[in-house]
Design a protein around this ligand. Structure first.
Ligand code: PHE
Length: 354
């Protein structure tokens, strides 16, 4: 059978909207994983993929991650994700036109899918998409009536996750003196680095983009490490804050950390990798629990009128309570933290609140 057919047939989600955009030669993929708790909502990722199959796999997995993220965070939204699978080296003009056509599509869908920024898209991009699809786009700029960049809230949630992890491992929630390796110094990684520096942690950074590294190490005076070395550096916390799939059979044996706590979505390459981490004695903060801050804060501010302080408090509280529960359940039931987090999500999915 055709690999794409197999993918679509075997998926456990609800539906997939697939459109080819001839002018940009991009594929627009909207994966709706579950609408049990509410309308499907999730970021729009823009990225180049080797082929359509890879892009669909990413959309599928990211959409499922959103289902669990909303469920654990207690937000009445369903799981979905959009992937704009673009050609390499697309120009700014073409990019904007693609975003406009994507906005028109979201408008036509009339709320079947709600979106926000993700890897490869920005608040400015949300403003462009929002010109046509206004009610369906979160994270527009304040000037355009939105709550702005989710990244500082995502970083805040990851930071809280590190505190909970420190408390679980060392009996104290403080991060002072802890050594943290941040992989990926984009908007979330940078904000996290700033918070950790303020807490007097020792921060090491790594990125594929030398310019991003220069900017960040210049601003904060941080040590940088090459992408090739990033997995093997001895540290307390390894924080994946870029692409997914970085915890796999190749990297897990090389890790020299006590815990993995980061912002990237889909950090585990395969479900079995959670067990490999457990067997190596590395505590894993499930990604969809640690990284809920941006999505939770921005949608809360835009749909429920939360002020920034309230959003920050609720993010901290949600991450602390859920992660502590997951660590405890994992320990007492002898299951991986990933399975404990999935169990918590499924429990909430089975008892939707209205
Ligand atoms: N990129 C966010 C995430 O993965 C998605 C998001 C941001 C959704 C803002 C809604 C609002 O969690």
């Amino acid at each position: 059978m055709d690999p794409v057919e197999t993918l679509l047939r075997d998926w456990d989600g609800e539906s997939l909207i697939l459109t080819y955009d001839p002018p940009s030669e991009a594929w627009i993929i909207i994966a709706i994983h579950s609408t049990v708790l509410g309308p499907a909502a999730g970021g729009t990722r823009m990225k180049h993929y080797a082929n359509l199959e890879e892009a669909i796999v990413d959309a599928h997995r990211l959409a499922a991650g959103m289902t669990y993220k909303w469920a654990v965070a207690g937000v009445a939204m369903g799981g979905g994700k959009a992937v704009l699978a673009v050609k390499q080296g697309m120009g700014d003009g073409d990019r904007k036109e693609l975003l406009n056509r994507y906005g028109a599509l979201l408008q036509k869908l009339g709320g079947v899918f709600l979106t926000g920024p993700d890897l490869g898209t920005s608040v400015e991009d949300m403003d462009v998409i929002g010109q046509l699809a206004r009610p369906y786009v979160f994270g527009k700029s304040p000037a355009a009536g939105g709550a702005g960049d989710p990244a500082p809230f995502t970083a805040l949630g990851v930071y809280s996750a590190m505190e909970v992890t420190a408390e679980y491992l060392f009996g104290e929630a403080t991060l002072e003196g802890r050594r943290v390796v941040i992989q990926g110094i984009g908007s979330v990684g940078r904000a996290l680095a700033g918070m950790l520096c303020d807490a007097r942690a020792e921060v090491l950074i790594s990125d594929l983009d030398d310019e991003a590294i220069d900017r960040c190490s210049g601003d904060l005076g941080l040590t940088n490490i090459t992408p090739a070395e990033v997995y093997g550096v001895k540290c307390d916390f390894f924080a994946p804050c870029a692409i997914g799939g970085v915890l796999n059979e190749d990297t897990i044996p090389r890790l020299d950390c006590l815990a993995v706590v980061g912002a990237a979505n889909n950090q585990l390459a395969a479900a079995g990798d959670a067990l490999s981490l457990l067997q190596r004695g590395i505590l894993y903060a499930p990604d969809f629990v640690a990284n809920c801050g941006g999505a939770m804060a921005i949608t809360g501010m835009e749909t429920m009128g939360w002020k920034r302080e309230k959003a920050a408090d609720l993010v901290r509280q949600s991450v602390r309570e859920n992660l502590a529960k997951i660590y405890n359940n994992s320990g007492s039931q002898g299951i991986t933290t990933h399975d404990a987090a999935l169990a918590l999500a499924r429990e909430r999915l089975n008892q939707p609140v209205d």
